[in-house]
Write a protein that binds this ligand. Structure first.
Ligand SMILES: C[S@@+](CC[C@H](N)C(=O)[O-])C[C@H]1O[C@@H](n2cnc3c(N)ncnc32)[C@H](O)[C@@H]1O
Ligand SMILES: [Zn+2]
Length: 369
């Protein structure tokens, strides 16, 4: 079937079973991810003008790489599957575009050639590709992870194995996934004396996507490692706190309610997961050839204003815990602000918010909301 996306037209196989099957993979639901990729690549090129060489390391139909090539990137489309490679060639040709197409294991290719921007979009975890990506990429590594259950701690042992971290299933599970992924990426890059700065990160319908800018020195790697630490969480009253450092110092009892049902998660990335200026610049690069333009715009609006606190709250979850009916979000957040606390909504959901206030302080401040 033919698919038009972002001004290009590509041929993709009908997907027998949600992309799981013998055919070359294509997921229409990832259009938002691809629209955002194109806008982020544009904004990135303004920031780093010499960036030119883009690798779509797991290209499948090539739709992402074709869109990058149409946008002026010197694009290489790679896949291990010969059928995918053939399709990539046809899809570049169909759009009258130049680009390299290679049938190659992404790890081998990334070790052999240096690219300015590398895009890792595998089935499930990106971990098997992270070493090669950080060992050699010059400027920017874009990563999609679709294994959200291990990342957020719902599949605990798998998360521990894949990410060499302790993930915990909490009421902020999608953000747990973001911070486990960023932690593993930072630690992987550090092995190659590269420091990562996440300039854009979002958790959207069953995947996490992040854009990691690289600086290549041991001190940059150390600075990234300094952003790691642990979150301590009470399963009873939802109290949480965090501290930086690789050595955990868990709370045995909750300082708020005295419960011993406390969890420790980490090492997590506790630093910013986005750069608000970059997010705003990406929004400027959206255009109406993008099918998900207005959705991406809303996502970026929220992300731009999102505080960098390492965990968010869910108002419904808190109100349920307190036996209160959930009031309107604006009123609730307004009362919190009036009490002197910074607040922001988050992209993790319509009832989610961030604030440096503790659970008890939130409860007090919103008593009359
Ligand atoms: C999720 S799909 C990529 C989707 C595509 N980027 C898009 O936006 O539609 C993953 C692709 O990775 C390819 N792949 C799996 N292992 C690989 C490897 N070691 N090296 C290169 N490609 C690989 C698969 O053949 C598959 O086409
Ligand atoms: Zn507690």
């Amino acid at each position: 079937m033919r698919v038009s996306e972002g001004g290009v037209e590509v041929e993709v196989p009908e997907q027998a079973d949600e992309g799981i099957g013998d055919e070359v993979f294509f997921n229409p639901v990832q259009e938002l991810n691809r629209d955002l990729t194109v806008a982020a690549l544009r904004a990135y090129r303004d920031r780093e003008e010499r960036a030119e060489y883009y690798l779509d390391a797991m290209a499948a139909s090539g739709i992402r790489g074709v869109r990058a090539a149409a946008d002026g990137w010197n694009a290489t489309l790679a896949d291990i599957d010969p059928d995918a490679v053939e399709l990539c060639e046809r899809n570049l040709e169909r759009n009258d575009l130049d680009g390299e197409v290679v049938q190659r294991d992404a790890n081998a290719l990334m070790h052999e050639e240096v690219f300015d921007v590398v895009d890792i979009d595998p089935f499930g975890t990106p971990i098997p590709f992270a070493d090669a990506a950080f060992a050699n990429t010059r400027d920017l590594v874009c990563v999609t992870a679709t294994d959200t259950a291990p990342l957020c701690g719902a599949h605990f042992h798998s998360g521990v194995r894949k990410y060499s971290a302790v993930p915990r299933n909490t009421d902020y599970h999608a953000e747990m996934g973001v911070r486990v992924l960023l932690s593993a990426m930072a630690r992987t890059a550090a092995r190659y004396d590269a420091g990562v700065t996440p300039i854009l990160t979002h958790a959207t319908s069953h995947y996490v996507r992040t854009y990691l800018e690289l600086d290549h020195s041991a001190s940059d790697a150390n600075a990234a490692i300094d952003e790691l630490g642990h979150v301590y969480h009470c399963e009873d009253c939802l109290y949480r706190e965090h501290d930086f450092g690789l050595v955990a110092d868990p709370i045995e009892t909750c300082p708020e309610c005295g419960s011993e049902r406390t969890l420790t998660a980490g090492p997590l990335w506790l630093g910013p997961a986005h750069d608000a200026d970059f997010v705003a610049a990406v929004r400027e690069e959206l255009d109406d050839s993008m099918g998900t333009e207005s959705k991406v715009e809303r996502l970026l609006d929220t992300l731009e204003g999102e505080l960098h606190e390492p965990t968010h709250y869910d108002q419904h979850r808190l109100c349920k815990e307190w036996g209160r009916a959930a009031p309107a979000m604006d009123e609730f957040l307004g009362d919190l602000r009036d009490a002197g606390y910074e607040t922001s909504r988050t992209h993790y959901g319509g009832t989610t918010f961030k604030t440096p206030a503790t659970v008890e302080a939130i409860r007090e401040a919103t008593r009359d909301s």
